[in-house]
Design a binder for this molecule. Structure first.
Ligand SMILES: NC(=O)c1ccc[n+]([C@@H]2O[C@H](COP(=O)([O-])OP(=O)(O)OC[C@H]3O[C@@H](n4cnc5c(N)ncnc54)[C@H](OP(=O)(O)O)[C@@H]3O)[C@@H](O)[C@H]2O)c1
Length: 285
């Protein structure tokens, strides 16, 4: 008998730009899985009702994107340990009439860094941002055991809160956390007191600003063979533009998007898709 088509969707606002349907179709092709994957432009209001109605319509799972990851975290019946720590859900599975939430962004980031031969163990990381993406990524970054993670954010108090929240988990994993005041980096007479092996931009600054979220002189603290990573994708961001002045080892977040989708796919289908040629395949679509 022919398998019933499994229904999936991604929810967010805005959503038209989302590549999730194409990525999941490409994964499904590898295993000859017949699936439906839609996009729904959904805002915060009536979120639970909308998700419940998709459950009733027989959807198997949902991806969640901006700005809904925190709201969905609050309404799940059950959460993975990771989603619970990160207070963020980007993957829902409907199971036995329950909404089960997980977060795959951090695993996507780590897998993509691995693909790029960026090893995290023992290194020094500058993480820019204190929003959902930064908090979603830091759990897996800490578990990968860097020596130190510096946090920096436009709103300093949010960086301080973030450090406080993650401090115990970091300590358990023997990772040191420190907040850097952005104003300090803008001061002219900086001594070379920092050394970063990896600078990650986890802000949405390029959506609204022509400037990088960190001053250009910050890249002077990048070690030889250090890497710069922007979670944004689609076009070169001001952060990437400044980073390129210092190194060629600069990446955008398309690989993270593909890898986080692969983890969602694995959660839903218990199959690990190959991610190797997906970026090229997406360009050809
Ligand atoms: N590649 C992927 O798979 C992937 C996955 C997840 C997220 N992302 C990307 O990551 C980005 C951040 O998402 P999010 O969920 O963290 O958003 P969010 O929760 O709204 O947080 C936004 C962050 O960006 C900072 N920010 C915003 N505008 C800025 C500006 N002009 N200058 C400096 N900092 C600024 C905010 O600082 P304040 O605290 O001062 O407001 C905050 O730290 C998004 O653009 C998203 O597309 C990519």
């Amino acid at each position: 008998m022919k398998d019933k088509i499994k229904k999936f969707a991604v929810l967010g606002h805005p959503i038209s730009h989302s590549l999730s349907p194409q990525i999941h179709f490409l994964f499904a092709k590898e295993f000859s899985i017949n699936l439906e994957y839609k996009k729904f432009d959904i805002k915060e209001n009536n979120l639970l009702e909308r998700i419940e109605s998709l459950k009733d319509e027989g959807y198997f799972g949902l991806n969640i994107t901006l700005p809904l990851k925190y709201s969905v975290f609050q309404i799940c019946d059950e959460l993975s340990e990771r989603a619970s720590f990160c207070k963020s859900v980007n993957t829902i599975t409907f199971l036995k009439n329950k909404i089960i939430g997980d977060s795959t962004d951090g695993r996507g980031l780590i897998s993509d860094l691995k693909n790029k031969n960026v090893l995290i163990k023992g290194i020094s990381i500058l993480l820019i941002g204190a929003g959902g993406a930064a908090n979603g990524g830091i759990y897996d970054l800490i578990q990968s055991r860097p020596e130190k993670i510096y946090i920096i954010n436009r709103t300093y108090t949010k960086a301080i809160e973030m450090k406080k929240y993650w401090e115990l988990f970091a300590k358990k994993n023997q990772v040191s956390l420190e907040v850097i005041d952005l104003n300090f980096l803008f001061s002219k007479n900086l001594s070379s007191q920092y050394n970063f092996d990896l600078i990650i931009n986890a802000t949405s600054s390029s959506l609204t600003s022509q400037d990088s979220p960190i001053p250009e002189n910050t890249f002077n603290f990048l070690n030889k063979n250090g890497n710069c990573y922007d979670m944004m994708y689609g076009s070169e961001t001001p952060f990437m533009r400044d980073a390129y002045k210092k190194t060629d080892l600069v990446y955008d977040g398309i690989g993270m998007l593909i890898e986080q989708a692969a983890t969602s796919f694995n959660i839903w289908h218990q199959l690990q898709p190959s991610t190797k040629n997906i970026e090229v395949a997406l360009k050809d679509l």
